[in-house]
Design a protein around this ligand. Structure first.
Ligand code: PRP
Length: 189
């Protein structure tokens, strides 16, 4: 059984230490939503979630944003561990709606090397949105390889392997209600 909100040893045997609690997440996300609501007052906003990790954050964020919000999703893959370093990103699922002339907010769970975000920003910018901004829940600047600026971010985190609240380790732990640090993850193959 999962230890609710406290982290600790899970049924899988992995040790997870709480980094950002459920309450801290909720409070910060409400603040972000208030800021976004002010900035997009009287505008139609298209939130674009980057699959899979962002879906939990996006779902909570949009419920607190007080403006007319539409949602769409993009999927990306980088070619395995080695390709993250080569910087190659590929779209696995594209948007269903056109972004031309729309106010687009790209929603990410985490910005790590910045390669995914850079690629998505370049791709979306070419489609001529009215505006394009980024909201990321977690920013891990220690791993950054390319410069990207975040218009909204939730938390700056240390260089640790984080899971929960949408983020996975081998597809596990996306459903944890907090963000935790996975102790001693096996190295990426
Ligand atoms: C994560 C996250 C970002 C990307 C950030 O996705 O959701 O999209 O990595 O990393 P970067 O800054 O180094 O490019 P991941 O590839 O783990 O896929 P997932 O969201 O489906 O788990």
């Amino acid at each position: 059984m999962r230890t609710e909100g406290q982290g600790g040893e899970l049924m899988t045997g992995d040790e997870i230490k709480v980094l950002i609690s459920k309450d801290e997440l909720e409070k910060r996300i409400k603040d972000l939503a208030a800021e976004i609501s002010r900035d997009y007052a009287k505008k139609d906003l298209l939130m674009v979630g980057v699959l899979k990790g962002s879906f939990v954050f996006l779902a909570d964020l949009m419920r607190y944003v007080d403006s007319n919000v539409s949602v769409d999703f993009m999927g990306t893959v980088s070619y395995g561990a080695s390709t993250k370093s080569s910087g190659e990103v590929r779209i696995t699922k594209d948007l269903e709606e056109s972004v031309a002339g729309r106010h687009v907010l790209l929603v990410e769970d985490i910005v790590d090397t910045g390669l995914t975000l850079r690629y998505l920003l370049d791709t979306l910018r070419n489609r001529q949105p009215a505006s394009l901004k980024v909201c990321a829940l977690l920013d891990k600047p220690a791993r950054r390889r390319v410069r990207v600026s975040l218009d909204y971010y939730g938390f700056i985190i240390p260089n640790a392997f984080v899971v929960g609240y949408g983020l996975d380790y081998a597809e596990k732990y996306r459903g944890l209600p907090y963000v935790g640090v996975l102790e001693n993850p096996e190295p990426e193959k």
